[in-house]
Write a protein that binds this ligand. Sequence first.
Ligand SMILES: *[C@@H]1O[C@H](CO)[C@@H](O)[C@H](O)[C@H]1NC(C)=O
Ligand SMILES: *[C@@H]1O[C@H](CO)[C@@H](O)[C@H](O)[C@H]1NC(C)=O
Ligand SMILES: *[C@@H]1O[C@H](CO)[C@@H](O)[C@H](O)[C@H]1NC(C)=O
Ligand SMILES: *[C@@H]1O[C@H](CO)[C@@H](O)[C@H](O)[C@H]1NC(C)=O
Ligand SMILES: *[C@@H]1O[C@H](CO)[C@@H](O)[C@H](O)[C@H]1NC(C)=O
Length: 547
Amino acid sequence: MTMAIIWLFTLFSVIYAIHASSNQPYRTAFHFQPPKNWINGPLRYGGLYHLFYQYNPKGAVWGNIVWAHSVSKDLVNWTPLDPAIFPSQPSDINGCWSGSSTILPGNKPAILYTGIDPRNQQVQNLAIPKNLSDPFLREWVKTPKNPLMAPTSANKINSSSFRDPTTGWLGKDGHWRVLVGSKRRTRGMALLYRSKDFVNWVQAKHPIHSTKGSGMWECPDFFPVLNGGQSGVDTSVNDGGVRHVLKVSLDDKKHDYYMIGSYNASKDAFIPDQVLNEFFLRYDYGKYYASKTFFDDGKKRRILLGWVNESSSVADDIKKGWSGIHTIPRAIWLHKSGKQLVQWPVVEIEKLRTYPVKLPSQVLKGGQLLQINGVTPTQADVEISFEVNKLRKAEVLDCWTDPQILCSKKDSSLKGGLGPFGLLVFASKGLQEYTSIFFRMFRYQNKNLVLMCSDQSRSSLNKGNDMTTYGTFVDVNPLHEKLSLRTLIDHSVVESFGGEGRACITARVYPTLAINDKAQIYAFNNGTADVKITSLSAWSMKKAQIN
Ligand SMILES: *[C@@H]1O[C@H](CO)[C@@H](O)[C@H](O)[C@H]1NC(C)=O
Ligand SMILES: *[C@@H]1O[C@H](CO)[C@@H](O)[C@H](O)[C@H]1NC(C)=O
Ligand SMILES: *[C@@H]1O[C@H](CO)[C@@H](O)[C@H](O)[C@H]1NC(C)=O
Ligand SMILES: *[C@@H]1O[C@H](CO)[C@@H](O)[C@H](O)[C@H]1NC(C)=O
Ligand SMILES: *[C@@H]1O[C@H](CO)[C@@H](O)[C@H](O)[C@H]1NC(C)=O
């Protein structure tokens, strides 16, 4: 019954002036964002989802980071409360950074978080709710024993690289365990701590896992996934029916990577299936960082939330007066191959769907653009599935290429064989601006490779934005299954799920022409081979009530 979360985003201190502009074409309607400044950070208690996020109430300087708090009944509509945790003790006087919550026996939530002490050292602290009868968990009290974990000359922990405690799990020996992100020189690691009472913690001799050269591990997350099925399990479950996932946010790369493997409880070691140093699985191949999962004991699922920063210039962020959003909460489970996770927007988000548009199954010829009319073009949910058969038309790939680079070299304007085909969103009338999310097939060493791209290079005439193209290969066999794409479009967010959630790419775009009702959505095919659209459904999305 563990839940919750928070997470950190510590490293960026950008100055935000508060300036609410009346013209806000990029402000999201159903993705979580705070009224201003940047955000981060969830728990379920008393039938409510609690979202905590890193927030600077003064909106100006480094420091003062507090745990802002919003609650929701449905993971869609959120109500703000006062900050849950803010600097008040020596052990957190210079900031309350990220951490996680754990539900202790008797349905008692507890939060472990990183505090910044008077010497600017990173230390770990505990807070518990003041009043368990309050389902809103408005007030939290800190133990006078804080900090509970601290760098010392004996443990040789780098006091600038010691943060983000995980949700705790209970071993069969009755002891709790948590991980804390750290590094030793350039070796990234998740330090392990054990405790009988959740207050007195002892560092284990070995980290649960570490990887040479990976740099600082932020926001580690360690949890079991069922070996078969889409349900989630409590963080303490460790039996023959589960595998374990260790996710780390690599500070050097600014991406969230995960490994699937086994957790040997007697050794307290995580043994990943892939060779060490092979950090190739990512939750999201676009913009996405500092994510965390929690177990939703109501609906028996594990939910993942991630943080997405802006791609606009700091000057533009100041003009907008806000920065940073959360992705749509995603249910997460192990794919039946056992080789990767699958993510899908929580079903609750479908309550926002309205005015459905369905197009009949049809062939999309090479070079064809098919406009999708009838939905709000900047606030929509689009699902499309393709069937391909002429795999001999796939382009030949001579040498292995990083998929992100392949996507920028072979963008949607470069005619292919089988593909590029997919969606054009935030498209202006004359196509001066558009963002394309597409698939492209390759033959590589007698294997079919499916490339999925999100190309932002033409997303805006304002060249001051970061318009990096993103891409990944999707583990789909197009001969035996349909190739699906779902894209959530929300003013400046393009959140895409390929291969039924096997590959996710989130992008931020700031068009100058394709805004409000001036944007258009198309299905397109720029290959020489025809492809068949087997289904196409689109909805306008209602505005969620967010803070
Ligand atoms: C605890 O919360 C409940 C429910 O909100 C409230 O009725 C009660 O007065 C609170 N108790 C204290 C001591 O604040
Ligand atoms: C400790 O971590 C900080 C922050 O990454 C780094 O600048 C510093 O060099 C590290 N110190 C040592 C002794 O490795
Ligand atoms: C866990 O590690 C111990 C000690 O190395 C070993 O004896 C045991 O077989 C391992 N258990 C599993 C399930 O791999
Ligand atoms: C935030 O966005 C900028 C510019 O788009 C990028 O360079 C940076 O790495 C991002 N940070 C994270 C944590 O994703
Ligand atoms: C399709 O390819 C043509 C020719 O290369 C190009 O002019 C056009 O912009 C492409 N369409 C898209 C949507 O990129």
